[in-house]
Design a protein around this ligand. Sequence first.
Ligand code: VGL
Ligand code: ZN
Length: 199
Amino acid sequence: MKALLLIDIQNDFMPGGALAVTGGDEIIPIVNKLHPQFDLVVATQDWHPADHGSFAANHPGKNVFEQTDLDGLPQTLWPVHCVQNTGGALFAPALDTRRIARVFTKGMNPRIDSYSGLYDNGHRASTGMGEWLKTQGVQELHVAGVATDYCVKFTVLDALKEGFSVTVLTSACRGVNLQPGDVDRALAEILAAGAVIQR
Ligand code: VGL
Ligand code: ZN
């Protein structure tokens, strides 16, 4: 059984959003058309409290995109984004959400970030996604969304470790590219870890 996994297709990651990903909106018509090919559609939602430690605004004197330490882990500092119950955290309105069977929220603990939809960045807590997908009989995941070099990448790496076979649909993914080449490096890492990269 195969599932389509939609990563963080939320307003704040769309052009004009707080943490805009270039071309993030271009993936929406593509993913909407994919639904009929899958037994199950699931989504992740970045869902931070306003005091989240990944926000530069919560570190006086520090700037956006600066590197810091958060509770013993390296942390990129982001603009305030995807705050719980704000418009920026909602799924992009053009996204067809009717077939989304479950949404896994992540990033709620202010002391740790959570790029992966399965675990936080320190692998301290599980979202339950991997276990739930297995109870649904899913073995194969096809992944689309944003950002290729953060949440898509870490979700794929965790899913591979949990034993899923994973295909990344690159035409339905967009990345941040904080450093030029970050997306290409992320895809190379994903490929080396055992995923299939599909255009
Ligand atoms: C993401 C940075 C911070 C993502 C989420 O969805 O890739 N990136 N929070
Ligand atoms: Zn976030």
